[in-house]
Design a protein around this ligand. Structure first.
Ligand SMILES: Nc1ncnc2c1ncn2[C@@H]1O[C@H](COP(=O)(O)OP(=O)(O)OP(=O)(O)O)[C@@H](O)[C@H]1O
Length: 602
């Protein structure tokens, strides 16, 4: 064994120790070059990206990927998974002799769940490839101009980043898209791709690319092995679930698992999988057991993240949110905060409100010009926005030093907004995995970060659900914050026996908000729409969570208050009732057919 190899192995051992001692170690005690990366790429990482040493997940994954193995990576949010897969792929590609050419088509494919993540990975690629101009990065994604994409594909894209729907579209309809040299397929945020319902597309993509292994649902006729290279597939996410287990089965061959140590083996094969074809559980039980399922295990969260919850009665939610935001931005002028909502309408409403709401006139009668209540830059991001607006928001918020982003879960996964200091989950996230990804937008790469989860008194059991995944939260001291707001120039102190809803500051602010909304027909319409879709989203919680988030436990009048509406919109009540009835009817029917199917199987 030569000296260099021995040193690398020793360093790797050290790295492994670091990662398993339970400390919040982020960086490995080795260099990029010791992992086997070419000096030019190491220079690029250092000079262009500012990365001196690899993170632990990079130190573990890069040598294994360089060795050509299929890999499943499960590491906490913000630990550098993107470089962990891009660096070895580039390392391989730049060594091809003769050099690869555009006309040789696509060698590596990175599949991501959202457009924003697609852009983000593409931008990182551009930086990494600065000195390797013959390796061409590119992207295809929903919302973009198809013909322009076709033209780019015709010219040739060596490393292609794509969202699944648009990729499948090109695979079927763009004859000039050359992928016979494809060597790598990478699933970034694999579980989210599947959760978004792209399971069928992924199966089709794997079939069309001839990259499906002989996993449980392999259709021999669909597999056309076109690549002269050995295929290498990689799957990465901070959270994994049973669907990923299945994807791993059909796309990875004898994979190396990174970051799954201590996770439980899947006890039984599951009938559920992400596609349309159900596979025979008995035949595949052995295979399924090989891939580890962490679905019952703990999620990995950045150790330095301070996680809090705040218990707020439904009717006071909006005023509490406004108060906390004001408090946070006034306490620290340079702040970056992301607030998560459950629907696009809720984001629209809050964005318009925050951008227009002025201090009530009677509070500062001495000042002639009424001032904005919240005085910081606010952005919104959700799936119903125009593609260009989404792109601009994403890019601008990234660069801002101090700003607020109101978003749906479109920003929950993978997005790397530098220096986000706090995550507020105003609407609860649902699955614990979603909680983990949302809070993962802060406390990245060892930096400080806070998170705050809003819960109503009837939703407090959600904390236990999080506990099951090893996530525990401490309570936020709300009263201190509320007491700090001046009312008619005076500081006030709430008496202990008064409930939170009766806090003078909250009452005052609520009244001011309601008058503001009442006087603005446009705002009122936004508030009503947001109310309707919020209730609809609330009824959509699935599985165990339906027990916690029950719409019938809510007072809809109080929900209306949380949108600053004086009254509950009357028509909504009726349509909601109809919807709930319809949903129950559908569920009954679905349950029946599922049971029938199962009965036929056994
Ligand atoms: N070796 C390194 N040294 C310093 N910074 C790094 C290094 N590797 C990655 N980073 C930076 O760390 C941040 C997080 O990286 P990345 O987005 O790849 O994390 P992730 O693990 O994919 O997170 P998520 O699970 O949220 O998608 C990015 O800003 C990236 O530029």
């Amino acid at each position: 064994m030569d000296r260099r190899k021995r040193t690398t192995e020793e360093e790797m051992k050290k790295t492994k120790q670091n990662s398993y001692n339970g400390e919040s170690e982020i960086f490995a005690s080795c260099s990029f070059s010791s992992l086997g990366l070419h000096p030019t790429l190491c220079d690029q990482l250092r000079e262009r990206m500012g990365f001196e040493v690899p993170t632990i997940v990079q130190a573990e994954a890069i040598p294994v990927i360089l060795a050509g193995r299929h890999v499943l990576v499960n590491a906490a949010t913000g630990t550098g998974k993107t470089i962990a897969y891009l660096a070895p792929v580039i390392n391989h590609l730049h060594k091809y002799d003769p050099r690869i050419e555009r006309s040789a088509g696509t060698f590596a494919l990175v599949l991501v769940p959202t457009r924003e993540l697609c852009m983000q990975v593409y931008e990182i690629l551009q930086k990494l490839l600065h000195r390797f101009h013959w390796i061409v990065p590119g992207y295809v994604m929903g919302g973009e101009n198809r013909s322009k994409e076709k033209a780019r594909l015709r010219k040739g894209i060596s490393i292609l980043v794509a969202t699944p729907g648009r990729l499948l579209d090109h695979l079927k309809n763009t004859s000039s898209f050359l992928h016979t040299n494809l060597r790598w397929i990478i699933f970034d945020e694999a579980d989210r791709i599947l959760e978004l319902g792209f399971g069928k597309e992924i199966e089709e993509i794997l079939d069309l690319l001839g990259s499906r292994t002989n996993g449980p649902t392999c259709r021999e006729d669909a597999v056309i092995k076109t690549s002269e290279f050995q295929r290498q597939n990689l799957l990465l996410s901070a959270t994994l679930n049973e669907k990923v287990n299945h994807l791993a089965q059909i796309s990875l061959e004898n994979p190396v698992t990174i970051g799954l140590d201590g996770k439980k083996m899947q006890p039984k094969p599951s009938l559920e999988h992400f596609g349309s074809v159900e596979f025979d559980a008995d035949d595949d039980s052995e295979k399924l057991g090989k891939i580890i399922s962490p679905s019952n295990g703990d999620y990995k969260l950045p150790a330095q993240l301070v996680q809090r919850y705040v218990k707020v009665p439904c009717g006071s939610r909006l005023v509490v949110l406004l108060s906390i935001l004001k408090h946070l931005f006034e306490r620290e002028a340079s702040q970056k905060i992301v607030v998560f909502f459950s629907t696009c309408d809720a984001v629209d409403f809050h964005y318009s409100l925050f951008s227009a709401f002025l201090w009530p006139a009677n509070l500062h009668p001495e000042t002639e010009d009424r001032q904005m209540f919240l005085r910081f830059k606010t952005f919104q991001l959700h799936g119903n926005m125009k593609h260009e607006d989404r792109r601009t928001t994403f890019q601008t918020f990234k660069k801002e030093k101090s700003a607020l982003l109101l978003s749906t879960d479109v920003a929950a996964r993978g997005l790397d907004f530098p220096k986000v200091r706090c995550i507020i989950q105003y609407d609860s996230p649902g699955e614990a995995s979603e909680y983990v990804h949302r809070v993962g937008r802060t406390a990245r790469l060892g930096e400080r970060g806070d998170s705050l989860l809003f819960l109503q008194p009837v939703e407090m059991d959600y904390l236990q659900d999080l506990e099951k995944h090893g996530v525990s939260l401490i309570e936020y001291s709300l009263l201190k914050v509320l007491d700090s707001f001046p009312l008619s120039g005076q500081k006030h102190h709430i008496k202990k026996f008064i409930s939170l809803e009766m806090h003078p500051w909250l009452l005052y602010l609520q009244k001011a908000l309601e008058s503001f909304i009442f006087a603005e027909p446009k705002m009122k319409k936004l508030a009503k729409d947001a109310f309707c879709s919020w209730v609809r989203a609330y009824t959509a919680h699935r599985g165990e969570l339906k027990r916690i988030f029950q719409v019938k436990k809510l007072h809809l009048g109080h929900v209306a208050k949380s949108f600053a509406l004086k009254d509950q919109p009357s028509l909504v009540g009726k349509s909601l009732q109809m919807q709930t009835k319809k949903r129950k009817r559908d569920q009954k029917q679905q349950g029946l057919s599922k049971r029938k199917k199962l009965a036929r199987k056994t």
